[in-house]
Design a protein around this ligand. Structure first.
Ligand code: PLP
Length: 470
């Protein structure tokens, strides 16, 4: 591709993107293709000779787009959102065009210095105290892995990286069963092992860890010769928004000298609204916190904000400096690759800077407040419908419900069939979970351009599909 073609196709891609976004409401939300259908339409061997861009682009439109699930569709009510506000897409285009490797300050000073600034903007926006320093990770999973490694190293007196875990006391980490599976994987990868992730029973509507049970478990295990290292608290768990009482978790951690990591990957965005901060009160006492601006806030994937109270512990755990990565003559600079597991880093701060400036915190707050209000209203409407039951009340903009199965039929199977029927119809997209062992249907509204009318459509789509019978 020469320079003129690059210009031409970049314009074409930008036009395509704008048309695509405009057309979303006319598309089914979830891809309607059968497994293998897309693969069958793609050549089984790579071309030996160059192909014209016209042909490549035409195939993209013909073969790929119909196989996409439209995450930016305003009626995407499944999982959690992965909002890419248009302004963050524009920023990403610029980042992609520059394609810098931002691993060290000197490999792009603007990327490092903007990251420090916008993470501090976010810290202020969330109401976190000035002591927290932030870094952008590629995902909450990576932030949690980094936190898990710090917990491990701290407990092993910084000997784990050097000596490995063989011969050490078993390192123990505590959480409820409401945390995301990224916590399990972090425990695996950190070499701690699934059996050393201790599940603490939960209580209350928010399914919060029982602080007394947590404290007792830590004391008992230490007494038994194990090595309690840290606690992962959930704020807005993926299934139904399960949330720990962060203040009491931190009090237990303080008593026993443990590290606390808070996973607020989804719910963290809502903390830009002061009225929701009671959901994580005590967070200022935590050692680290992760939330994903790439979920609800609108920063194009990937963009995970990881705040730490003591960056030195993170750097002590992860920094490695072969000669080729040293920045001679400029001491005291931040090299963010020393704060994360991957060395290479994309320039992720730009989209946050564009997003926050273009919408202002007030613009982002009003989006989140609307979503929370609309989810609450929908839950009330469904609760009034015969044969519908609200299984978990709204936690911010997420709740779960169930439809009563006809007499004698299996209720789990009935609700799974209902979700499939709704998604096959394509007007909205929902996913399911299990609550206390039984299938429940999740609903969350969070898409950047969703309107109240889209939520009304969700009500119609759910009720129509249930009434249509099976
Ligand atoms: N934590 C929670 C509560 C989540 O809901 C998710 C993903 O949905 C994650 C962690 C993992 O996020 P990521 O995909 O950024 O690793």
């Amino acid at each position: 591709m020469d320079k003129e073609q690059f210009r031409q196709w970049s314009h074409k891609a930008a036009d395509w993107g704008a048309d695509y976004r405009e057309s979303l409401r006319d598309r089914p939300v979830r891809a309607q293709t059968a497994p293998g259908e897309i693969a069958a339409a793609i050549a089984s061997a790579p071309p030996e000779m160059a192909e014209p861009m016209e042909a490549i682009f035409a195939d993209f439109e013909k073969t790929i787009v119909p196989g996409m699930t439209h995450w930016q569709h305003p009626r995407f009510f499944a999982y959690f959102p992965a909002n890419a506000a248009p302004v963050s897409v524009v920023a990403e285009y610029l980042v992609t065009a520059m394609a810098a490797q931002c691993m060290l300050w000197q490999t792009s000073p603007a990327a490092t210095e903007l990251e420090t600034k916008v993470l501090d903007w976010l810290r202020q926006a969330l109401g976190l105290p000035a002591g927290f320093a932030g870094v952008i990770q590629d995902s909450a999973s990576s932030a949690t892995l980094a936190a898990m490694l710090v917990m491990r190293e701290r407990a092993l007196e910084w000997q784990g990286n050097a000596k490995g875990l063989a011969g050490q006391k078993p390192v123990r980490v505590y959480s409820s069963d409401q945390v995301h599976t990224s916590i399990d994987r972090a425990v695996w990868i950190a070499g701690i092992g699934q059996d050393n992730l201790v599940r603490i029973p939960t209580k209350g509507a928010l399914r919060s860890m029982d602080a007394d049970a947590l404290s007792e478990a830590i004391a008992r295990e230490r007494e038994a010769g194990l090595l309690p290292a840290g606690i992962v608290a959930s704020v807005g768990g993926t299934s139904v928004g399960g949330s720990d009482d962060v203040a009491s978790v931190c009090a237990v951690a303080r008593k026993h000298g443990l590290y606390v990591h808070v996973d607020a990957a989804w719910a963290g965005s809502a903390m830009i609204c002061p009225e929701f901060r009671s959901l994580w009160s005590g967070v200022e006492e935590a050692d680290s916190v992760v939330f994903n601006p790439h979920k609800w806030l609108g920063a194009q994937f990937d963009c995970s904000a990881h705040f730490v109270r003591d960056p030195e512990s993170l750097v002590k755990t992860l920094a490695i400096q072969p000669e080729f990565l040293k920045t001679h003559g400029k001491e005291g600079l931040i090299n963010y690759s020393e704060w994360s597991v991957p060395l290479g880093r994309r320039f992720r701060a730009l989209k946050l800077w564009f997003l926050i400036r273009a919408h202002g915190l007030e613009g982002l707050r009003s989006m989140i407040r609307n979503h929370v209000a609309w989810a609450g209203e929908l839950a009330e409407r469904l609760a009034r419908e015969p044969d519908f039951e609200i299984v978990t009340q709204p936690m911010l903009s997420l709740f779960s419900f169930r439809h009563r199965a006809p007499d004698g039929s299996d209720e789990d199977a009935h609700n799974l069939a209902l979700v499939n029927r709704i998604n096959d119809q394509g007007r909205i997209y929902l996913t399911q979970t299990r609550v206390d062992g039984r299938v429940a249907i999740r609903f969350q509204v969070g898409q950047f351009e969703a309107t109240e009318a889209d939520v009304d459509t969700a009500f119609d789509a759910i009720v129509d599909a249930a009434h249509a019978g099976f």
